[in-house]
Design a protein around this ligand. Sequence first.
Ligand code: ADP
Ligand code: ASP
Ligand code: MG
Length: 412
Amino acid sequence: MSLIVQKFGGTSLADAEKIHRAARRAIRSKLGGQRVVIVVSAMGKTTDQLIALSAAISSDPPKRELDMLLATGEQVSIALMAMAIHAAGHEAISLTGAQLGLVTDSMHTRARIQRISRDRLDRELDAGKIVIVAGFQGIDSSGELTTLGRGASDTTAAALAATLGAEICEINTDVDGVYTADPRRVPLARKIDEISYDEMLELAAAGAGVMHSRAIEFGKKYNVPIHVRNSLTDEKGTMVMAETPGMEAVSVRGVTLREGVAAISLSGVPSKSGVAAKIFRAVAERDVLVDDIVQSIYDNRRLAHVAFVVAAEDAEETGAVCRTIAADLGIERVEVEADVSKLSVVGVGMRSHSGIAAKMFDALAAKGINIQNISTSEIVLSCVVRSKDGLAALQALHAAFDLDKPPTTHEV
Ligand code: ADP
Ligand code: ASP
Ligand code: MG
């Protein structure tokens, strides 16, 4: 008997009617002969409200207590979903991450899944029940409650789908699928029918909030297709799947804008062995995540310029750490620009199409937008721009790569 994991996001569970609707979708799958596991997020904006509540109590709440608070949102949803399924005359049981045996490391507020026990799940499914699991939460090996990071109910769903060998992992959300850009910011964005795991992973990592990036890692590793679709319609959405040969025909699959980042630049850095290690060790010790490191050498290889990107909320602390070590290491200048955004264009077609960088920079130049750090990898090209230019830049790139037209036409 095939198994489906169906995840419903917060907006898709925002009120009683929406919960009934989600329950009906799960029941239809069950009646169609599938075993069904549902993963739910907290209702509507509950998680944001809980965070605001904690901020009203303390500016620096212990992360353990934040997890205790945030995990309550999903517990409300599982119980209500189970009630909705019972009310429709079907059997269901709700389970928290702890009851299920979803074990994580101990990194409160951004824990990673280590293992998922199948015992309870199999028992309930064998008994013919729809199993409803609280997304976003787990327990560590000493029994402490943890959460997996904002948006991570997707990851719970994909990890369960991988563990159970699900035929498909369905992500039911408030848009029709994955678009060529966030449709709230680019009105001409189009729904993508099929996207490779790698492209989706890069789009998510670069800020496309429609899916949590670790969910796609699970999908890719265990080859579980992920269907991102609208919870309110029966239309086919976007299939996130293994790459097919035809996918490279399209040079750019999508574009993203990540706001709320900061650019840190160090100039006059002595170009000597061990200096970069000391800089990034000092930053890592503050638990700051670093992205897009760029180094260039000048002055006859005597000096280097080192630049990187961090989250805006880490900007001040990172700047302070760099200034502290600058004197010891003989670094001449540390600059922090907190008001920047990162633009990325993503596509497996970049491997076989040339001229993508030129087209990207031309499009930005035509709008008079200045580019700061540039970084590339096999299927991503990113650059940093001033925040005030971010939206115009995103829309300009979307148009430049013809993403508002059906895919066959956007060859470079
Ligand atoms: P859920 O509550 O279902 O998890 P999210 O808010 O996390 O929903 O994700 C859906 C939202 O992601 C959409 O409303 C959309 O604005 C945003 N989004 C950002 N980038 C994209 C994209 N490339 N395609 C589709 N939606 C996107
Ligand atoms: N409720 C959590 C959040 O808002 C997890 C999720 O929605 O995926 O981040
Ligand atoms: Mg989400």
